[in-house]
Design a protein around this ligand. Sequence first.
Ligand SMILES: CC(C)(COP(=O)(O)OP(=O)(O)OC[C@H]1O[C@@H](n2cnc3c(N)ncnc32)[C@H](O)[C@@H]1O)[C@@H](O)C(=O)NCCC(=O)NCCS
Ligand SMILES: Nc1ncnc2c1ncn2[C@@H]1O[C@H](COP(=O)(O)OP(=O)(O)OP(=O)(O)O)[C@@H](O)[C@H]1O
Length: 213
Amino acid sequence: MLKIGITGSIGAGKSFVGALLRARNFQVLDADCKVHELYRDSAGLRAEMAAYFGEECLTPTGVNSALIADRVFADAKARVKLEQIVYPYLNLAVANFFAEDAGNDADCPKESATQLTRVADKCRFVEAALFSRAPELVKMLDEIWIVDAPECVRLERLVLRGLSESDAKRRIENQRGACAPELFPGKRIRTVMNDGDKLHVEQQLDELLRDLH
Ligand SMILES: CC(C)(COP(=O)(O)OP(=O)(O)OC[C@H]1O[C@@H](n2cnc3c(N)ncnc32)[C@H](O)[C@@H]1O)[C@@H](O)C(=O)NCCC(=O)NCCS
Ligand SMILES: Nc1ncnc2c1ncn2[C@@H]1O[C@H](COP(=O)(O)OP(=O)(O)OP(=O)(O)O)[C@@H](O)[C@H]1O
């Protein structure tokens, strides 16, 4: 099975691309969502988070994101520590996602097995902003698709999505350069330019998907 990473800076549109792929029957794991699920469900991760950030960082359904974000986006040492704590759990979750049985679609009528659904069985996607800080994750991937958009467009989208302008700018700074293609030597790199409307992205995606046939 082909394992493809979708990356790009905050607000570039990784989740937007992920949603378009899901609509085309592809399985896509969203690393941000997975991390929040692990904060809720993994006793080991919760214990490590409490040991470093204090019991007050935990909530019954996960962690206090605002509290942790304030700390780690203002202090690079704390951010690196957070990543060291979280990534081993995330790596395992991603490995399990790639290893999961695709399921038996014998119930599907033959005529519904279009060319696209057959391709969907042959590859899976993981979207994450910071592959370059997670080499174990990169090792699992065959290709990396980089979603890109100008910084002013990204900032505008993040503010529209509800982040304060200062928080959005801090996060942009905290990952500057982290998605550059040269950080992924040996991987096949594809780019999706998301600076226009949905149709513009769909056309690029469909071309990339055709290439996988
Ligand atoms: C700091 C946390 C608690 C903030 O939670 P919040 O719900 O506000 O944001 P969310 O998790 O949805 O992330 C939104 C975006 O913030 C950016 N971001 C998240 N973590 C980081 C980081 N370590 N460095 C730089 N940017 C980051 C990414 O672009 C991410 O897509 C959370 O992001 C976290 O636990 N981060 C550590 C894990 C991580 O590095 N995840 C990102 C890649 S997998
Ligand atoms: N082409 C587009 N047209 C209109 N809105 C878009 C487009 N691309 C993205 N958006 C919107 O911009 C916001 C940011 O996009 P998205 O959440 O996909 O970015 P991201 O790269 O996943 O960011 P993060 O790193 O925070 O997960 C979302 O609200 C999304 O719906």
